[in-house]
Design a binder for this molecule. Structure first.
Ligand SMILES: Nc1ncnc2c1ncn2[C@@H]1O[C@H](COP(=O)(O)OP(=O)(O)OP(=O)(O)O)[C@@H](O)[C@H]1O
Ligand SMILES: [Mg+2]
Length: 320
């Protein structure tokens, strides 16, 4: 069963410099219970996609021009303010890169966690405290730490606390947007293993966003590759590692083994992603693609289905 279906989403950001074409016909589905990865280089639209799924588009000035974001079949883009308040945090929640964005420096962790739990669940203070302690323990956060203020704790501990805060509301969908880039490597690994274990234990769907292939391959069953506001390929981890079809995916995955070891020196792709100020007539990767033809530059490629899980948006594959 799919918990989330993003269908042909097109979103634009109105800035002082004009309209930016941020999300350009994005479609993907996430099953309840799975860890779904979105990988792509900086600026390709990963965070904007997360914000849209959480119903924050309006708040950040992002306008959905067309498409749907179906959460259990209900379109998030059509949610009323009231429905959005129920949805955020309780049904869908986000873990951000910087835990301080989710915490208030002026209150203890305990006060903030209890407040968050009670905002989303009708429980007494005592029951909320019980949920808090249980969840904190599952993330290896000692009880005493809960009496601290955020500035008294390390980055790794704060990230676990934010994880506990999100999980304590038992959301059905969690988006983790580069949750470990601010942590050092050993702590990062520890945190990712915990998150993965809890995702399975709580039967939560997790959308895991990163630009790091190693991390994505460790966490995710299925992966979508994003480039300049488009999903260019989706597939299982094995599909993308062993049978990547899109030239961008091939370049991205070529340098890494499935176990995360570097296979060869990272081959950089010449050129830069397109300017989002202009609407792109064809494939966004065409300018950098060694196989591109005139048709790739002038028209959008269709989505080609390789198998039930594996899809690719590339004219070269369509023409095969
Ligand atoms: N307020 C803004 N004004 C202008 N451009 C913006 C604004 N916010 C985002 N953008 C642009 O929107 C695009 C998508 O941004 P987004 O934050 O989703 O990228 P990302 O894939 O999450 O990148 P990163 O890996 O660096 O987090 C980027 O090109 C960014 O420059
Ligand atoms: Mg981002």
């Amino acid at each position: 069963m799919n918990i989330l279906e993003v269908k042909n989403l097109v979103s634009q950001l109105n800035t002082e410099d004009g309209v930016l074409h941020i999300i350009n016909d994005v479609s993907f589905a996430v099953k309840e219970d799975e860890c779904f990865g979105i990988i792509g280089e900086s600026g390709c639209g990963k965070t904007m996609t997360s914000m849209s799924i959480l119903g924050y588009s309006d708040r950040i000035g992002l306008k959905a021009v067309s498409g749907e974001i179906l959460f259990k079949g209900e379109d998030v883009l059509k949610f009323s303010k009231k429905r959005l308040r129920e949805y955020n945090g309780k049904e869908a929640a986000i873990i951000l890169q910087d835990p301080m964005q989710a915490l208030d420096p002026l209150f203890t962790i305990k006060d903030q966690m209890i407040e968050t739990i009670r905002r989303h669940q009708k429980v007494s203070k005592k029951e909320a405290e019980k949920i808090m302690i249980e969840t904190a323990e599952s993330l290896s956060v000692a009880k005493e730490k809960l009496n601290c203020y955020p500035h008294q704790l390390s980055g790794g501990m704060l990230q676990r606390i934010v994880g506990a805060m999100v999980l304590s509301c038992r959301p059905k969908l969690i988006i983790a947007d580069e949750p470990t880039t601010a942590l050092d490597v050993t702590i990062q690994l520890q945190y990712l293993k915990l998150l993965k274990r809890l995702q399975k234990e709580y039967h939560t769907a997790l959308i895991f966003i990163s630009h790091d292939i190693k991390v994505i391959s460790m966490m995710c069953d299925r992966i979508a590759v994003m480039y300049a506001g488009e999903i260019v390929e989706t597939g299982t981890r094995d599909d993308l590692f062993y049978h990547p079809k899109h030239p961008y995916t091939q370049a991205l995955f070529k340098a890494t083994n499935i176990d995360g070891n570097i296979r060869e020196r990272y081959e950089t792709i010449d050129g830069a992603p397109p300017n989002l100020k202009e609407e792109i007539a064809g494939c966004p990767f065409a300018e950098r693609c060694q196989y591109a033809t005139d048709a790739c530059i002038s028209g959008k490629p269709e989505v080609v289905k390789i198998n039930d899980e594996h899809t690719v948006k590339c004219r070269r594959i369509a023409d095969e």
